[in-house]
Every structure is written in structure tokens, then in C-alpha cells.
Ligand binder design. Structure first.
Ligand code: F6P
Length: 546
């Protein structure tokens, strides 16, 4: 029987937060603002060019003090030092967690198992830069002598979501004469649609997989090789000019038939969902060039340093993490909405879903005991203003509490008439409406008939953070991603869970491997599943062969 770990909820700061939470639950943001005219300017924090307004949270200065105390009592400082110091804090996989080393400046020293890993990080970055320059300039030729105009990244999870998100986010800085596509789903439609208008002679595949054994990626990679060979007359030598690999697993890369000279390495101390700035970012570097890529790493590093050194009550990722925990554990919130007001960040919420939920969707603590409290929330979102005409209704007037993160930029990358002012007015209007709402009296004063009044009331008291950044650049993208990475870390450290493993994805993988031959079997396989699964398999077998 699993025992429960209650140490977190027994801390004095936790108990104080429970008591404090009951008081705050009875307060409305209207009165918190009315009673404290400085609140909107005081409850803010700024670091490395990112401004965070957390005043529209259901919290006071005391809340922040208590949450900071909780983080201290939970050993957050020591956990941060352990991560940055290369300790094996991913205990279930016995690995260090050193995505921060991927963005450490040349010349820094971070030691893992007695070896300074920074030189090898920069050696790979240099190799990537050389390769990208040669492809972008046309020096790297395809098998038939033409230049590469299309890049297709094949990967899934962390080997896809970061590259897609970064490509979309940095499209403004990308080489517009090249086409970038991303194939992740094992559904053949994904591959078919990605390549249908591409010329194999001009196409480079990047097979991105930390393990190089992932079923979806390897299936797509084999299909890509067949497609290439079919298009180039079947000459196996063409693979060398049209396939490169990004992996930690050189032997599997060789087995696939990719020369390890065309492999870009990373290491087991880089988690898949923390890998977009490793060689997994090869497609990003091909799109934006190595200078922009290095600027993104600089942004990551600046946020790392802020997280490592800033006092917790002014530390952006710590504050973000603490508020997420506040709502998850003391308000029963199930979700967090991430609402970027920038079209280039359209894949940012999808990227954050893996980062947050694969990291903190855990029900046991580091010592294998059941948590006595909720852990990671469900993250979701869409770029504003589209969400406003869709799901915001529920955030404003539904019955659930949904804390929101608004992300916006002072300056647009596409200045078109009044667009940016209208966009920004919507950011500020939404957080204002969520916080303050509209009372029945206000609705009545507008002449609304009595029967309609309840429908038009906005209760308000819906919390949000607003993150304002100057401009979306490679550097600010790095800062934003690191902000959320370290917010996830803060939450996981307090909950005492392993934010860096992902055992929850294993069972489905194993069962799929068992079912594949049952679907492909030309005879009548003996099925040993439950009655529902057996029936679904039989029905599929009968109807797919008609
Ligand atoms: O789905 C689990 C997972 O291991 C993720 O953590 C990872 O990002 C993804 O699969 C892809 O793994 P790989 O890069 O090894 O193909």
C-alpha cells in the first residue's frame, strides 16, 4: 500500500497559508484595490527586461510573504543550487538536470561526473553553426547538386514542440526563401501533407530524437527515407546529403543509416521538454541563423541568472510558480490559461503543456509516497484576441476559477495602422474585466431590464498575471521560456516531486507495441485484453479489411 507524504502540509507556513487563504477567499479584488491605492504599482516585479504585474492576483503582501516562507521551508534555495550545480536531482532516472548548461557562456564551468560539460556544449553549437551556414548559403548541396530549400524536422514531444514553437515565434527573423515543416504524428497524414509539395532533391530531413527509438519518430523517419529514395531514383548514397540526426544515441543513429558525422549530439542530462536550445534546436538555427540562436541562448542565460540570484520576493519565476501553487492548493483551481497577445506565439501554449504537465503531473513525492495535495495544473491557451471570441466567456462568467497569464509586447514586429493599440487595449481590458467585473447595480444603471440583470453581471475577482516585454526577439523568447521552466521547477521543488521524469507515458507505449501485431496479424490472433479492448480490436480488424 502506498503511504502518503504529509510533510508539506504540516509545515507552519502551509498551515498559515490555509488560514490566510480562508480570509483572502472572502475578499474581492475590488476592495483589495480600493483599500490599497499603491497596489497596482507595488505588486509588480521586473527583471532582465520582463515586467510582471501580479497585483490582479487574489493575494496581498502577506500572501507573498507566506508563500516565500513556504518556498524557504521547502528548501527551494537548496534545490536551485543542486540543479545548477549538476546534482542528480532527477532521482528516478539518476540524472543531473542541466538544461541551464546548454545556455552557459563559453568559458563557464559546470561539472557533471567530474567533467566540465560547457566546452562540449559549445563544440556542438559551433558544429551546428557551421552546418547551418553551409545549408543557408547553398554550400551544402543535395545529392543531385541542387541547394537545400526545405527543412523537415521529424520528432515528437520535446523533439517537436520546442522546434515548432520557436520557428513560429521567430518567423519574423527567419530565412524566408526556405520552407520549414514539422512532422510529429504517426498518423500518415502528417507526413503526407508535410511533403506533398516538396521536391526531394531540395529537402533536408532532421531526425530529432533523444533516444532515437521513439515509435512515431522512427516510423516517420523510415517513411521519409523511402520517400526520398523514391524521388531520387533509389540511390542509397542520397541519404547522406538529405538526412541529419539530433540525438544522444549514436549507435541507433548509425543503425538507421545516418553517418554520425551528420549527427548533432546532446546528453542525458537534458530532458526532452527542456531541449529546444540544445541541438534539438537545429531547425531553429537553420531558420534564423546562428547569431539569432545565440541571442536566444543569451536570453535563457539571463533568466537563469535572475532565477539563481534574485531574492524570492522579486524573483519572476519564483513569483509565477508561487502563484500557480497558491491557486492549485488553496483555491482548488484545476487549470491555468496562458494567453499570449502575439500571433507569433501561437504555439507557445502547446509547448507549455508538455513543459508544465509532463514535468509536474505527478502523484508521488521523491520518496515514492502519495502526495497529500494536488500537484501540476492543466495548462492551456490560445493567442488573444481569438480566445476572447471563444472560451473567455467561461473564464468571465463560468463557475470555475481559472488563473490567467497574459503575455504582451510593448512593440509589434508588424506595425500596421492601429492594430497594436487595439491589441494592447484588449490585454488591459481583459485583465481589468476579469478582476473587477460589473455589479448588478452597474448593470441596472445601464437600463437593463430586471430579468436580464443576472445574465449581464460579471462577478469579477478572477485573478491574472500580466507579463509585459519590450519586443518579441530571440533573446526575449529565451527569457520567456526560461521563466516558465523555472516556474515549473519552483512548483515541483515545493511539492517535493520529480519534475524531470515522465513514467506516465510508458504504459500506453508498451500496450501499443502489444496491439500493433494484433492489428497487423493476417490470421485470427488470440486476444487477451479486457472485453472492451478486445471488441474494439476485432471491430477494427473486420471493418478495415472490407
Ligand atoms: O512522450 C515521452 C517522451 O519521452 C518525451 O518526454 C519526449 O520529449 C518525447 O517522448 C520524445 O522522445 P525522443 O526525443 O527520445 O524521441
Amino acid at each position: 500500500m502506498t503511504t502518503t507524504n504529509t510533510s508539506l502540509i504540516e509545515r507552519s507556513s502551509w498551515k498559515a497559508l490555509e488560514e490566510h487563504g480562508r480570509q483572502i477567499q472572502g475578499k474581492h479584488l475590488r476592495s483589495l484595490f480600493a483599500d490599497d491605492p499603491q497596489r497596482g504599482t507595488r505588486m509588480t516585479a521586473e527583471g532582465v527586461g520582463i515586467f510582471l504585474d501580479y497585483s490582479k492576483n487574489r493575494a496581498t503582501d502577506d500572501t507573498v510573504r507566506l508563500l516565500v516562507r513556504l518556498s524557504e521551508e521547502s528548501g527551494l534555495r537548496a534545490r536551485i543550487d543542486a540543479m545548477f550545480g549538476g546534482e542528480k536531482i532527477n532521482v528516478t532516472e539518476k540524472r543531473a538536470v542541466l538544461h541551464t548548461a546548454l545556455r552557459a557562456p563559453r568559458g563557464a564551468s559546470i561539472v557533471v561526473d567530474g567533467e566540465n560539460v560547457v566546452p562540449k556544449v559549445h563544440a556542438v553549437l559551433d558544429k551546428m553553426a557551421g552546418f547551418c551556414t553551409s545549408v543557408r548559403s547553398g554550400v551544402w548541396k543535395g545529392h543531385t547538386g541542387g541547394r537545400i530549400r526545405n527543412v523537415v524536422n521529424i520528432g515528437i514531444g520535446g523533439s517537436d514542440l520546442g522546434p515548432v514553437m520557436a520557428y513560429e515565434a521567430l518567423r519574423h527573423y527567419s530565412e524566408r526563401n526556405m520552407t520549414f515543416r514539422f512532422v510529429s504524428n504517426v498518423d500518415g497524414t502528417d507526413f503526407a501533407e508535410a511533403v506533398r509539395d516538396l521536391n526531394p532533391a531540395e529537402t533536408l530531413f532532421i531526425v530529432s530524437s533523444k533516444t532515437f527509438t521513439t515509435l512515431e519518430t522512427m516510423t516517420n523517419a523510415h517513411t521519409a527515407r523511402e520517400w526520398l529514395l523514391r524521388g531520387l531514383g533509389g540511390d542509397a548514397a542520397s541519404v547522406a546529403k538529405h538526412f541529419v540526426a539530433v540525438s544522444t544515441n549514436a549507435s541507433e543513429v548509425s543503425k538507421f543509416g545516418i553517418d554520425t558525422a551528420n549527427m548533432f549530439e546532446f546528453w542525458d542530462w537534458v530532458g526532452g521538454r527542456y531541449s529546444m536550445e540544445s541541438a534539438i534546436g537545429l531547425s531553429t538555427m537553420l531558420a534564423v541563423g546562428s547569431d539569432h540562436f545565440m541571442a536566444m541562448l543569451k536570453g535563457f542565460h539571463e533568466m537563469d541568472e535572475h532565477f539563481r540570484t534574485a531574492p524570492f520576493d522579486r524573483n519572476l519565476p519564483v513569483l509565477m510558480g508561487l502563484f500557480a501553487l497558491w491557486y492549485a492548493n488553496f483555491f482548488g483551481a484545476q487549470t491555468v490559461a496562458v494567453l499570449p497577445y502575439d500571433q507569433y506565439l501561437k504555439r507557445f501554449p502547446a509547448y507549455l503543456q508538455q513543459l508544465t504537465m509532463e514535468s509536474n503531473g505527478k502523484h508521488v513525492t521523491l520518496d515514492g509516497k502519495q502526495t497529500a495535495y494536488d500537484t501540476g495544473a492543466i495548462y492551456w491557451g490560445e493567442p488573444g484576441t481569438n480566445g476572447q471570441h471563444s472560451f473567455y466567456q467561461l473564464i468571465h462568467q463560468g463557475t470555475r476559477l481559472i488563473p490567467c497569464d497574459f503575455i504582451a509586447f510593448q512593440r509589434s514586429l508588424n506595425t500596421l495602422g492601429r492594430h497594436h493599440e487595439i491589441l494592447m487595449a484588449n490585454v488591459f481590458a481583459q485583465s481589468e474585466a476579469l478582476a473587477f467585473g460589473k455589479t448588478a447595480d452597474q448593470v441596472k444603471q445601464e437600463g437593463t431590464p430586471e430579468w436580464l440583470v443576472p445574465h449581464r453581471v460579471f462577478e469579477g475577482n478572477r485573478p491574472s498575471n500580466t507579463i509585459l516585454v519590450d519586443r518579441l526577439t530571440p533573446e526575449t523568447l529565451g527569457k520567456l521560456v526560461a521563466l516558465y521552466e523555472h516556474s515549473v521547477f519552483t512548483q515541483g521543488a515545493i511539492w517535493g516531486i520529480d519534475s524531470f521524469d515522465q513514467w506516465g507515458v510508458e504504459l500506453g507505449k508498451v500496450l501499443a507495441q502489444r496491439i500493433i501485431p494484433e492489428l497487423e496479424n493476417s490470421g485470427e490472433p488470440k486476444l487477451g485484453h479486457d472485453s472492451s479492448t478486445n471488441n474494439l480490436i476485432r471491430r477494427y480488424r473486420v471493418r478495415s479489411r472490407g
